[in-house]
Design a protein around this ligand. Structure first.
Ligand code: SAH
Length: 491
């Protein structure tokens, strides 16, 4: 059921509750709390409801339901144990375009009452659309413990200062940062410790201070290889605080989906055949947005300092006096190795790993080939697939054995991951045969042979004699949580 969430102002509006038992009592209490003028229609009342009627907090109509009770009501709640009566109320309410809630009967409701966490003036409402009310309640309990009770007081303080904050920080990005400081910094601390006057004073001080944080900044963030589960918590936080995200094409949609929704996203593709932004263009964009006081996240595939030109970007930022931070990411070599079941080092097979790039002919000329050709070391090669032939020839010429195993990992860690294995003598031919596409990482060395036996993710590796045994994938924790959800629902 797809519902439209709504917070209704019921102050001084007439609401009808049909039924006088314990459930009616609960619903009535919440309505009275919201300032509604509640009429309870029922032959009898619970002791508490009777007390409220006597005190004039509610109006009681004694007797069996009559259609005219609905006149003038804005909402109606049916809370009896008579299903036929509920059906009648539902129909009469619909004819009058009245929203009607039938307790414990989601299908008949035209509005639902959510589970609520009250931190006035903040209200958090949770609905499962009537499908899993128990789950909504559990979630509410969890949020209750998570959300400090001082939150309401803090929101009240912020509300009092709202106009002045707006005047002081007319620019939305700077204003957002001010609120972040208010909610996370010493002001929030003082409120939590029950010192409202000190909190107010601290907030005043913050408002008057020449605010260094209204300066823009850049966070260089490694987005990992594609699987959003491989993002760091710090990366997630930066993406949630960003005003602008400048991302490479390699950053997956699943990762981008986790960023703050109203952050501006700009793709700065550098690969041939795509919309092209030069490195200078990227520098100019970072500068423009940071100087406008925005928080820029420069989001890169893998790790920003591994073949990511992160160094150049920092040099540029330093030269222009823009504050920056760096959040490391899981680089393609580490991710592809893990997701292909290839340990990069191994007591018997490899004592060292080298990360190298061989994107073009020129980069080949600067590599130390005799060193690369030594055995019992792993080469993790970030490269364009078109360079494989030249790479193979050079390594063979410098004496690496043609029988050295390799694994080419295409789209590592993503659902469409493919692993092609073989030996150095056939490297380029195998890549062409299997039409390996970018992004792909080459892992060359004795360890690569382990892909055959240790694969666990995605399709089995494709070896020289065809596809290997299907990987034995562990049951994924997500499955477990879905089961838990179902169990709760049926509880
Ligand atoms: N900074 C990135 C590397 C950028 S260079 C990092 O740390 O991973 C781009 C190269 O990385 C690609 O040509 C490819 O060789 C490799 N690469 C990046 N993501 C990959 C992935 N999901 N699977 C395989 N290779 C990948």
């Amino acid at each position: 059921m797809k519902l439209y969430p709504l917070f209704a102002d019921l102050a001084d509006r007439a609401v009808l509750v049909v039924g006088g038992g314990a459930v009616a009592e609960r619903k009535t209490a919440a309505l009275v709390e919201a300032g509604a003028r509640v009429t309870v229609g029922s032959p009898t009342l619970s002791p508490l409801l009777a007390q409220w009627a006597q005190a004039g907090r509610i109006v009681h109509i004694a007797g069996s339901f009559q259609a005219h009770w609905l006149d003038h009501a804005w909402l109606v709640i049916a809370a009896t144990d008579d299903e036929a009566l509920h059906q009648r109320i539902v129909e009469l309410a619909a004819a009058r375009r009245l929203f009607c809630n039938v307790v414990d009967d989601a299908a008949r409701c035209s509005f639902h009452v959510p589970a609520v966490i009250d931190r006035a003036p903040l209200t958090i409402a949770i609905s499962s659309g009537g499908d899993a009310p128990m789950f909504a309640r559990l979630l509410r309990e969890r949020l209750e413990t998570l959300l400090d009770h001082s939150l309401g007081a803090l929101a009240t303080l912020a509300a009092r200062l709202r106009k002045r904050i707006r005047l002081r920080h007319p620019e939305p990005a700077a204003r957002r940062r001010f609120y972040e400081q208010l909610f996370a910094g010493p002001v929030a601390d003082l409120v939590r410790r029950g010192r409202p006057e000190a909190a107010q004073a601290e907030a005043e001080r913050l408002l008057a201070s020449v605010d260094a944080s209204s300066r823009g900044s850049v966070v260089l963030v490694g987005a990992g290889p594609g699987d959003p589960g491989l993002l760091t918590l710090r990366a997630l936080r930066a993406m949630n605080e960003a005003d602008v995200i400048l991302h490479d094409r390699l950053v997956s949609d699943e990762v981008l989906a986790l960023a703050r929704r109203d952050a501006e996203r700009i793709e700065v593709a550098k690969e041939a055949g795509h919309h092209h932004t030069t490195q200078d263009g990227i520098h100019a964009l970072m500068l423009e947005h940071a100087r406008a006081g925005r928080r820029v996240v420069r989001l890169k595939g893998g790790d920003p300092f591994v073949f990511g030109r992160g160094g150049e970007e920092l040099e540029f930022l330093r030269a222009h006096d823009i504050p920056y931070e760096v959040v490391p990411g899981i680089t393609a070599a580490v991710a592809c190795a893990a997701y292909a079941g290839i340990p990069l080092t191994h007591r018997d097979r490899a004592q060292s790993v080298r990360l190298l790039t061989a994107h073009c002919k020129a980069s080949h000329d600067t590599l130390d080939w005799p060193a690369l050709a030594r055995e019992r070391q792993t080469l993790a090669v970030y490269m364009g697939v078109s360079q494989l032939e030249a790479f193979q020839q050079r390594l063979l010429a410098h004496g690496r054995a043609a029988s050295t195993p390799f694994a080419l990992v295409e789209n590592g860690s993503r659902p469409e991951q493919r692993v092609v294995t073989g030996t150095l003598g056939q490297l380029a031919r195998r890549a062409v045969e299997q039409a390996v596409q970018s992004p792909a990482l080459l892992i060359l060395g004795e360890v690569a042979a382990l892909a055959e036996s240790l694969a666990w993710f995605g399709a089995p590796p494709v070896g020289e004699r065809g596809q290997g045994i299907p990987p034995r994938r562990a049951s994924v924790s997500f499955g477990a949580s879905v089961d838990t959800l179902a169990a709760i629902h049926h509880a």
